[in-house]
Write a protein that binds this ligand. Sequence first.
Ligand SMILES: Cc1ncc(COP(=O)(O)O)c(C=O)c1O
Ligand SMILES: N[C@H](C=O)CCC(=O)O
Length: 415
Amino acid sequence: MKSSDLFSRAKQLMPGGVSSPVRAIRPYPFYVERAAGSRLMTVDGMEFIDCCLGYGPLILGHAHPDVRDAIVRQVEKGWLYGTPTPLEIDLAARIVDDHPAVGMVRFVSSGSEATMAAIRAARGYTGKQDIVKVEGGFHGAHDAVLVKAGSGATTLGVPDSAGVLADVVAHTRQVPYNDPEALETLLAGNEDVAAFIVEPIMGNIGPVLPEDGYLADIREITAAHDTLLIFDEVITGYRVGIGGAQVRYGVKPDLATFGKIIGGGLPIGAFGGRRDIMELVAPSGPVYQAGTFSGNPASLAAGYATLCWLHTHPEVYQHLDEAARAIEEATVDAQRGSFVRTGSLFKHFFREAPPRNYRDVQECDREAFSRFWKAMLDAGVFLPPSQFETNFLSTAHSRSDIEKIADAYRSCLFA
Ligand SMILES: Cc1ncc(COP(=O)(O)O)c(C=O)c1O
Ligand SMILES: N[C@H](C=O)CCC(=O)O
């Protein structure tokens, strides 16, 4: 069956025809039959260079042999036990060793669960009720954070979701990114804030980068007001380097959340941080958190294989950075717009100056982005289909892939 026919059938069976809203490309999404390395192969016989990479987890590309072998080895031994496994100790130790801010970690099944539980732990620890998030920040699809949420929520025009109780979101305050004064003002006027949750590099409207000193400032401000700082590293964890943004920028949050890369492409999430906070999580403490699939052996195996590979090839972060720079160089003469990149995260914004925050990103010319995105697809490059999502590179992108992506940028931006 062709993609168009599959989508017609899917729409009869699933809301919008998809399992996650960002996938509902118009007029219909392409359906993937298989993937390898940097490529996606569709049921229609098309092949695309993939710069979406499952929205970030696949830093080693599709079906990396080490990760595939680890999954197969695990699956041959069974894939759900409902008991502890040695693997979870290995992965926990890896994450704890790599992150000075993380003394203990709990595995869950998604990034959404991780942020939900981290917020609960912060409330349990502080005894305070409110949280602060950044406008345009995306921390998954649970009630407390679906307020001015980035990602698909903004792309589809529902940054404040229907169905979320007003009483719940009354406890979620907002500040603009890159604005430490706004945070200081808010915390000075509200003593009931348990945590400030922030993507250290905004990945769900961007990337939008932290200005010099911003992360250190918010560390200082939150500490001064007895508010916990939560870094949501679901995208940045192992993406911007081993140790994520907290190591890269040298700022220690109280709690951190992970997902994506730590599962090597299988479902996972984790939250961790200071031991005195994490000790409050059940069964050692009263903050309840649980899950049938938490610490799923196949996900742990895929994640551990991915992190081991990154540890034995630390030079890849430099290579990925150079690859993204090569793409940027292809856009230097762009008549309009701005290119933002850090490591293997990159994006061309249809706005004169690089955005500093959500309000800036919303000024982008979305129609121009849509035309550009379609032209890139026609040129054989699949980018996430929104001005509000980050593009990714993987270690599977060859020099020739990067040249093709750069050529496509050149022709599609100037077309
Ligand atoms: C920064 C961030 N936090 C949390 C999430 C939620 O993760 P998941 O989709 O695994 O629930 C995402 C992505 O969706 C994310 O990008
Ligand atoms: N931006 C989201 C995660 O990072 C995209 C994933 C999704 O919503 O399906």
